[in-house]
Design a protein around this ligand. Structure first.
Ligand code: ADP
Ligand code: MG
Length: 356
């Protein structure tokens, strides 16, 4: 999605870097985020997501580049002057205060008049569907309800930018899915600009208007969920985004063809001889008519709605994601088709994508 440059970006970083002494944790981070975008920073643990969010918040000083929020250079400004609100993974609520007092705490400090404060608390509580809990104490709430209160504290602020750091990580799987839908709804309703950190690629895919994939302090790719999924910039992104991950097989290309073990498939011209070939598991299907390849299962896993059939191809284990159910003990040969345009090509050494 191209950024509309006529509108002041919600957030802009230019050559942002962060080092702790000798240790470089973030390098050359260039992000331009539009108003109302839901930008998700995703990557494995330790890749620098929280550090980047803390730099945006001003909780950490950046050591290179600059940072603008709402078009204003805030690089030198303390957190309180940046007009941001943050929701963390651990949502420490004040245990002796009611839900209403917790949500209103910041407004009380800022001496917002009581009628205005009460109205705002009610509005936000209704939005979060916790208006029936306003008189309770945090100890009388479930994990999901506490997380809503924590979000409520951020929402009453009406800031330029919301920052979320893995806000759902402490919740169990089912609640996480529910809260994910809630957050999506909140974003739709409020039109807020949100930077959201997660290590969970499903959260990233479902919530983001655009995703920033990080690895080891470097941006790997920025794009819409579809762009990231359909045209991953390198093998890291291809592997990280998708479950099961994209299969990557060593191939040999020649004359408009690519050879993967015994299998020969059409390929674009101009590929290097040695190439890494990616195939998403769902692009393999049970053969309808003549199979493109016949495989012997090495392992079959049934998840309920679908099954993962593993087999060996060109020295790698490849997974096909098939609808329905199969006998997990079966080693009978299975004929598969490969969807049109299913192949991705990557450089063997750099892992970079070779063709669009
Ligand atoms: N205060 C610090 N001093 C030195 N290294 C740090 C400090 N804080 C974080 N790091 C390092 O920065 C890297 C990124 O950390 P973090 O941003 O917390 O990752 P993530 O949130 O993606 O899991 C890690 O390797 C971590 O060890
Ligand atoms: Mg983190």
């Amino acid at each position: 999605m191209a950024l509309d440059t006529s509108i002041t970006p919600a957030l802009q970083t230019e050559g942002l870097g962060k080092s702790y002494g000798e240790v470089e944790v973030l390098r050359n981070i260039d992000i331009a985020m539009g108003q109302g975008e839901f930008l998700v920073l995703v990557g494995p643990s330790g890749c620098g997501k929280s550090t980047l969010l803390n730099c945006i918040a001003g909780l950490e000083e950046i050591t290179a580049g600059r940072l603008m929020i709402g078009g204003r250079d805030v690089t030198q400004e303390p957190p309180k002057d940046r007009d941001i609100a943050m929701v963390f993974q651990s949502y420490a609520l004040y245990p002796t205060m009611t839900v209403a007092e917790n949500i209103g705490f910041g407004m009380r400090i800022r001496k917002v008049p009581k009628p205005e404060m009460d109205a705002k608390i009610r509005e936000v509580a209704e939005l979060l569907q916790i208006d029936h809990l306003l008189d309770r104490n945090p100890s009388q709430l479930s994990g999901g309800q506490r997380q809503r209160v924590a979000m409520g504290r951020a929402l009453v602020r009406d800031p330029k930018l919301f920052l979320f750091d893995e806000p759902l990580s402490n919740l169990d799987a089912k609640l996480r899915v529910e809260m994910r839908a809630e957050i999506k709804r909140l974003h739709k309703t409020t039109g807020a600009s949100i930077v959201y950190v997660t290590h969970d690629q499903i959260e990233a895919m479902t919530l983001a208007s655009r995703i920033v994939v990080l690895k080891g302090g470097d941006i790997q790719q920025i794009g819409t969920p579809q762009e990231i999924y359909d045209t991953p910039a390198n093998t890291f992104v291809a592997d990280f985004m998708g479950s099961p991950p994209m299969n990557i097989v060593a191939g040999r290309a020649s004359d408009g063809k690519v050879h993967l073990g015994d299998l020969t498939l059409p390929a674009p011209a101009g590929l290097p001889t040695d190439v890494k070939v990616g195939i998403r598991p769902e692009k393999l299907s049970l053969a309808d008519g003549a199979p493109d390849l016949v495989v012997t299962p090495t392992m079959i896993e049934n998840t309920g709605a679908e099954c993962y059939l593993n087999f060996s191809l060109g020295g790698s284990t490849v997974t096909a994601r098939l609808p329905g159910r199969m006998d997990e003990e079966s080693t009978d040969e299975v004929g598969l088709n490969i969807g049109a345009g299913a192949l991705h090509f990557f450089d063997t050494v750099s892992g970079q994508r070779l063709v669009d």
